[in-house]
Design a protein around this ligand. Structure first.
Ligand SMILES: Nc1ncnc2c1ncn2[C@@H]1O[C@H](COP(=O)(O)OP(=O)(O)OP(=O)(O)O)[C@@H](O)[C@H]1O
Length: 303
């Protein structure tokens, strides 16, 4: 059974089509990043998965049922960006109080340990950093031991250390098989913590695959070698080669399969000093979305 099954979802807000004919399936145990610039439709899609927004057309199934039924069954929990915490409670009181609202819940100490907040159990929520508050929200989300955890831009505004600790806790938890879907602007986060990246732009999915697949799809690899007077026509005819250029004694190729190109250059020509470079994910993001990711803004906020 699929963890998430979205079929042809469309959601409009007046003239704006926030999500356009979106179809997406997530298998149990996958850690999926929804990546895209502001307004891409990430939050709208998440809201439909959580039953907070109703699609105009299309269907949403979560573990084989409606979002409302899946939530009622305790199969789904979410960590949102803000809200929901009382600052005069301690961390432990907050988790205890929330646990008391459930008919059945995991032990308070257990979820606090998993979220990495045991050492701040007696701290007032109002005195916790942004990262600590997000780990507290994560602990609360774990109370129902959900099969699917959804996080909407959970680390916005956190410093580098806070983000690292937060993701370490999430990733350790995911290794036990929980399905995780998170939205982020941060390319490095998607790259580091997701198995799969779903790249959105203007309500559409523009790429869906592993980090490596997305890089390959957007830009492939570049191969560079020393080869004076290369036979450019012959190199252009190799499978998967999209661009060939001679610069002085160096030949440069853009291709989707660098193995084929490297084998040809090393066995059929006098090429030497061969280098293969995978394009970085930031370049792939720009190529696919037409926008820079927030990695640079994030780097600024980290300093
Ligand atoms: N309640 C709403 N009313 C009107 N327009 C909305 C509403 N919610 C979203 N939109 C519009 O739908 C589009 C998609 O927004 P959404 O919040 O889903 O994008 P996002 O990818 O989550 O963006 P961000 O990264 O900025 O959170 C945007 O153009 C937004 O202005």
């Amino acid at each position: 059974m699929l963890a998430i099954d979205l079929q042809n979802l469309t959601k409009r807000y007046r003239q704006v089509t926030a999500v356009r004919d979106l179809t997406l399936q997530v298998a149990p145990g996958e850690v999926v990043a929804f990546l895209g610039p502001n307004g891409a439709g990430k939050t709208t899609t998440i809201d439909m998965i959580l039953g907070l927004a109703r699609p105009d057309t299309g269907s949403v199934q979560v573990y084989g049922t409606t979002p409302a039924a899946a939530i009622a069954r305790g199969d789904v929990a979410a960590v949102m960006q803000t809200g929901g915490l009382l600052k005069d409670f301690t961390v432990r009181e907050t988790v205890r109080f929330t646990a008391s609202l459930y008919a059945e819940s995991r032990p308070v100490d257990d979820v606090m340990a998993r979220a990495g907040i045991t050492h701040i159990a007696d701290r007032l929520v109002g005195k916790c950093s942004g990262g600590e508050q997000q780990r507290l929200r994560f602990a609360i989300a774990l109370l129902s031991d959900p099969r699917l955890l959804i996080l909407d831009e959970p680390t916005t505004g956190m410093d580098v250390e806070g983000r690292r600790e937060f993701w370490t806790a999430i990733r350790e938890d995911a290794s036990r098989g929980r399905t995780i879907l998170f939205a982020t602007h941060y390319l490095d986060e998607a790259d580091a913590y997701a198995d799969r990246i779903v790249l959105m732009r203007q309500g559409d999915i523009v790429a869906d695959g592993t980090t490596a697949e997305i890089k390959a799809r957007a830009l492939g690899r570049s191969v560079r070698a020393t080869l004076p007077s290369a036979d450019l026509a012959q190199l252009s005819a190799l499978p998967g080669v999209s661009h060939v250029e001679q610069r002085g004694d160096t030949v440069l190729l853009q291709c989707s399969d660098s193995d084929v190109v490297a084998r040809h250059l090393l066995t059929q020509t006098m090429a030497r000093d061969l280098e293969i470079v995978a394009q970085n994910l930031e370049a792939a993001f720009v190529a696919l979305t037409g926008r820079a990711s927030d990695t640079s803004a994030n780097a600024r906020s980290d300093t």
